[in-house]
Design a protein around this ligand. Structure first.
Ligand code: SAM
Length: 255
């Protein structure tokens, strides 16, 4: 039997690591690294630094897997994600089967919280259910980028007694601002989707690289700050080569 830990590491601030995450990291013999794209170097360095900081003298190693990329600009988004997850599953299986010995413990250090827009739990569950590899797995929650965003802006996700929704920007663009809600948290925006909602009396709380030394925050009436956010996104993407940002959109004026 091999033990797999899926550990949420928070969204960029080393102090996001919980005590539970630190204890789990100290149980691991190996850490799987699978970042991709222009942010790969920064995100891998962050994970390596976290290990150096919190692991107490025990030996550990890194197992690097080739992270497949999703094929973009295809008509069927869902099937492109299914294909990506199938490719990822093959890499996970190789790392677990061939790079981890029987009785060892391997850990995925998942950005933010593993339950939020991340497929690691689903893929590991599928591998366990298939039964070819004898694995047992645990999930350790982390501070998500949305919690970090709300904390830095000192706002709540919801207005009093009301529901809110978390959605990828692609859905916001397709469906519009949900009629029955007053608060929407938006992730994975590659296209300045918020600019399509100017003139609707919304407030935006936006943040990039939240929790890290590069953090940038902008908040205000969307009509007044949309252009500054768009400029900031363009400049930051040029400066760093990549951007990770998210935002809360709320009907009405700031709290
Ligand atoms: C694939 S999702 C992973 C989310 C992650 N599991 C979490 O709990 O935050 C990646 C998206 O999370 C958001 N994100 C992650 N880290 C962020 C950060 N430090 N600041 C702002 N947004 C962030 C961005 O919207 C990014 O496109």
């Amino acid at each position: 039997m091999k033990q797999i830990l899926i550990i949420g590491i928070g969204a960029g601030d080393p102090d996001h690591l919980t005590r539970q995450a630190i204890k789990a990291m100290n149980r691991a013999d190996a850490f799987f690294l699978m970042d991709k794209g222009p942010s790969k170097g920064t995100l891998i360095d962050h994970r390596r630094r976290l290990c150096e900081e919190v692991i107490d003298g025990t030996d550990y190693r890194f197992i690097e897997g080739d992270c497949p990329e999703r094929i973009r600009n295809v008509p069927n988004y869902r099937s492109s994600v299914d294909d990506l997850n199938q490719d990822k599953r093959e890499v996970f299986e190789w790392m677990i089967d061939e790079q981890l010995a029987d009785g060892e413990c391997g850990a995925f250090l998942v950005w933010g919280d593993p339950a939020l827009y991340d497929s690691t739990i689903r893929i590991v569950a599928d591998i366990a259910a298939a039964g070819r590899l004898a694995i047992d797995y645990e999930v350790i929650p982390g501070i998500s980028s949305l919690q970090a965003l709300a904390a830095r802006h000192k706002v709540c996700f919801n207005s009093i007694g009301n529901a809110f929704q978390v959605m990828p920007a692609r859905r916001l663009a397709e469906q519009g601002f949900p009629e029955a809600l007053d608060s929407v948290l938006v992730m994975l925006d590659a296209r300045d989707t918020y600019t399509g909602f100017v003139g609707q009396g919304l407030t935006i709380y936006w943040g990039a690289y939240v929790g890290s030394a590069d953090e940038v925050l902008i908040a205000g009436a969307l009509d007044e700050v949309a252009e500054s956010i768009r400029d900031a996104r363009r400049e930051l993407r040029e400066k760093h080569g990549w951007i990770m940002d998210s935002y809360l959109l709320r009907r009405g004026a700031a709290d």
